[in-house]
Design a protein around this ligand. Structure first.
Ligand code: ATP
Ligand code: MG
Length: 496
């Protein structure tokens, strides 16, 4: 009800109308009057009344008809019948037509006020009830909205989520958890986790969350490895859930697939171990030569010391090469590497690189063959990386070649790719080692390679360069016959 209480009096008797107006106005109510049912109806349609006093006997439109009309558009208004024939029948009839109460004529001001105030009290209470119901509906709607928001959020989280109650039953989960754990079939809220989660390690971690020692703030974090074929590493975090009253509700477990992170870590630590190993060998050799020199342990022959210093210098040189290769490798590895890609005619780079190896090749009497067509397609590439690529391949073809061997470079366009192969008639690579030659620090161990120096990084750099140019590399080899590396690089446009 608003601040002012509006009352309408509909009666054809002027005395009653005006009498009521006076009595009710003196109580602070705002009062309008109508002389018959029709006029009363018009007034009630134009304004919201809290209470309407209706005379039963009126010309034009009687009280019963008026009440029926009023109910049609306002179900809450309090209607009180004013009647000169207060019999049980009329009262019952009036009530049937929606009247709340009735007052027989004639009446005293006090009698009128008792009936009117009772009606208004009823109106106040029913309006309050209505408001409370609306508020409750609104709250329910908000709760429902919150619930569905929460639901959507839980469903969209990339980490797996499992909520388990005190009875160790699953009450909430998300698709990420189902996928990670490979749970099939329709899961049902209330299922025992022991029964539905096949990964016993996971159930074990969840159980720890229920242990009496784990307080509200403890988070139990453990890595579990899912059994084959998945073999995923999952980081499980389990924490207690309490309701608003602080009562234990159960636990929530979040599952984070850290398989890739683990693999990267593993590769990193392997790499560090390899690098330190590779650096240690030449350095300790150099240290050995230097101590022998300083202590005079190698006797008095100066030639001996000369030889030792020469070896130390060679080792220092290969150490420097290793470091340069490492720098190059990490440069290629880093995402921020800036390539200056241009349209290149790599036939020129190949010819120049082969030229650089002429001296080295002639030491073993190696014959060089170059089969490069006159018209050569361009590729989009970084010049210095292309130089490194061919330097590494040609250097291998000479290093791992035999005396009087041959080194052949073939280049030809094939479809959208340029195929360049570097072949040798050297020692070849055994079948077992072949898949590993592109790995970092991998070197084939054997009598032929024993005295050939190298870091084992050359081909891994080659592979990285090829991949960064959207190309491919393959190797074919036969032990004792020779090896062919073929690089395929995408063609940019035809020359000329
Ligand atoms: P680096 O190139 O860094 O000086 P490297 O030549 O030992 O050292 P890679 O170029 O990566 O390293 O080659 C890896 C290994 O593969 C070599 O140690 C060698 O055993 C083998 N290999 C590479 N090219 C040939 C080849 N043409 N013939 C036979 N074996 C080869
Ligand atoms: Mg090499």
């Amino acid at each position: 009800m608003g601040e002012t209480i509006n009352i309408l009096v509909v009666d054809d008797e002027k005395g009653i109308r005006e009498g009521c107006r006076r009595i009710l106005a003196s109580e602070g109510y705002s009062v309008d009057v109508g002389v018959n049912g029709k006029e009363g109806l018009e007034l009630a349609k134009a304004k919201q009344y809290d209470l309407i006093l209706v005379d039963l006997m009126m010309p034009v439109m009687g009280g019963i008809e008026l009440m029926e009309e009023l109910r049609r558009f306002d179900s809450e208004v309090i209607m009180i019948v004013v009647t000169g024939f207060a019999t049980i029948e009329t009262a019952v009839d009036a009530m049937r037509h929606g009247a709340y109460d009735y007052i027989p004529k004639p009446f005293t001001p006090d009698q009128l006020l008792v009936v009117v105030n009772r009606g208004l009290e009823k109106r106040r209470l029913s309006q309050q009830t209505l408001r409370l119901m609306e508020e409750r509906d609104q709250k329910l709607l908000e709760v429902a909205n919150e619930k569905s928001k929460l639901h959507t959020i839980v469903i969209s989280i990339a980490d797996g989520i499992l909520v388990i109650n005190r009875e160790h039953q699953l009450v909430l989960w998300n698709p990420a958890a189902i996928k990670m754990l490979g749970l099939r079939g329709g899961l049902e809220a209330g299922s025992e986790i022991n029964r539905i989660i096949p990964q016993k390690d996971l159930v074990g971690v969840i159980d720890k969350g229920f242990s009496p020692d784990s307080s509200q703030y403890t988070v139990i974090s453990e890595e579990i490895i899912l059994p084959p074929p998945d073999k995923k590493t999952i980081m499980v975090n389990v924490s207690r859930v309490r309701d608003e009253a602080g009562r234990d509700f159960g636990v929530v477990a979040t599952l984070n697939d850290i398989t890739t992170l683990k693999e990267i870590n593993e590769i990193k630590s392997q790499f560090v171990t390899m690098v330190t190993h590779e650096l240690r060998a030449p350095l300790s050799a150099i240290e050995g030569y230097l101590s022998a020199y300083l202590t005079g342990a190698a006797g008095s022959d100066p030639k001996m010391y000369q030889q030792m210093m020469e070896r130390a210098r060679q080792r220092a040189h290969s150490l420097l090469e290793l470091i340069n290769d490492l720098l190059q490798y990490s440069r290629l590895e880093s995402k921020s590497v800036t390539r200056k890609k241009e349209h290149l005619d790599i036939s020129e780079i190949i010819v120049n690189t082969v030229e650089l190896f002429k001296v080295q090749g002639s030491a073993k009497d190696i014959r060089f063959e170059l089969n490069i067509p006159d018209s050569f397609p361009l590729i989009e590439a970084d010049r210095s990386e292309m130089e490194q690529l061919f330097t590494n391949l040609i250097s291998n073809a000479i290093k791992y070649n035999v005396k009087n061997g041959r080194m052949i470079v073939d280049a030809r366009p094939e479809g959208h790719f340029l195929h360049i192969s570097v072949s040798d008639t050297g020692i070849g690579i055994d079948e077992e080692s072949l898949p590993c030659v592109f790995d970092e620090f991998y070197r084939v161990c054997g009598p032929e390679t024993r005295y050939v120096t190298g870091t084992g990084l050359g081909l891994s750099i080659v592979k990285k360069i090829v991949e960064s140019h959207f190309g491919q590399i393959k190797v074919e080899s036969e032990l004792g016959k020779g090896t062919t590396f073929t690089v395929m690089l995408p063609i940019k446009q035809n020359k000329g």
